[in-house]
Ligand binder design. Sequence first.
Ligand code: HEC
Ligand code: HEC
Length: 340
Amino acid sequence: MKHSNKIILLASVFLLLIFFYHFPIDGEHQHQNLKHRFQLENYLSDGSSPILPIPLSLDLDPQIVALGERLFADPLLSSSGFSCLSCHPVTRAGVDGLQLSMISGGGFDSKNTPTVFNSAFNALQLWNGRLQTLEQQIDGVIHNPQHMNNSWPNIIKALLQDQDYSRAFDSLYPNGLTSSNIMDAIATYERSLITPNADFDRFLWGERDAITAEQKQGYKLFTEYGCISCHQGINVGGNLFARFGIFENHLPRNKPLTEYDYGRYSYTGDNRDKFVFRVPSLRNVAVTAPYFHDGSASTLSDAIRTMAHIQLDLLLSDEDIASIESFLTSLTGEFRGVKL
Ligand code: HEC
Ligand code: HEC
């Protein structure tokens, strides 16, 4: 044998030894792997689960939260009579329950109102993911002629007339009442709008009986069918873009398309972004009907059936839909100790 061939042979044997050392192909090891992939018991909050539990609380200044809470409910912020609370009532899971959102002066928008709960955990804001931070969203909605239809100088003038507001801003912020401090206070309040202690989160924390057998089955299907590939992370969504209608278009049949129906394309103008939306969070989804950016699904089972059909090319049985719905119900959490 030539010298160089000998070296190649020795090197191959060496590499094979390293390979078997790291990946022993015995039955026990393979069995462990399969167990890890398919056993629900492994979906714990130790990082092995694609869904992470919501923390019990965030470290926020309670006085700023209280100031933000007052601003959130105050129609002084708008010239249209709306407060943030008009469309996002926190006693109703942060949604108005309408198919399409109201607009100032009467009539309706082309989009459904998403919840404000847990929006702090969304990496992308709005149905089409156009904004990233809560502060950007507040600045946008304040100036939007269809929503608050106002300006910062107007708002500051109005708030300065109220001694409680000017005193609160002076004591909490070194530079007092400014537009960025107003945004900071509202955003801080929004960060307090989180819903820990959902049954599914208690299951993730290790409470084995926190969810029912049907909910476990629903979670298994949610994982195995592939819903989890888009709806994952702490908010079970909110962090990815995806086309709405991968296997089949989901275009409204009985009305013309609005600019908003084009999703991300409406602000990038890039053809590849047509019908691409942010994957929404499924936290508290059981109590935030109707569904989709155009409010076109009135029940959760409708939304699940449509999702399976257009995103995964699956026609689900009623039984599977019921199990997945039951699992999604276990994502309803608590705000200030009360279930949403
Ligand atoms: C007239 C109804 C209305 C008012 C008033 C309103 N919103 Fe909204 N809100 C909406 C709609 C509709 C959307 C979705 C807009 C979009 O996707 O383009 C939304 C989106 C949001 C989002 C993003 C949620 C998500 O999942 O992407 C947050 C956060 C939010 N609003 C907070 C506020 C705050 C804070 C105020 C007050 C300063 C406010 N809203 C006032 C209707 C309203
Ligand atoms: C390829 C990514 C993807 C997959 C896979 C996927 N979804 Fe979605 N899901 C989305 C997007 C994008 C939307 C938002 C559609 C819109 O903007 O109208 C959405 C919306 C939803 C909604 C409505 C939420 C709301 O607040 O309106 C539900 C419920 C839902 N999905 C459940 C599921 C279920 C159950 C499965 C599996 C059967 C699934 N999804 C699979 C991307 C996906």
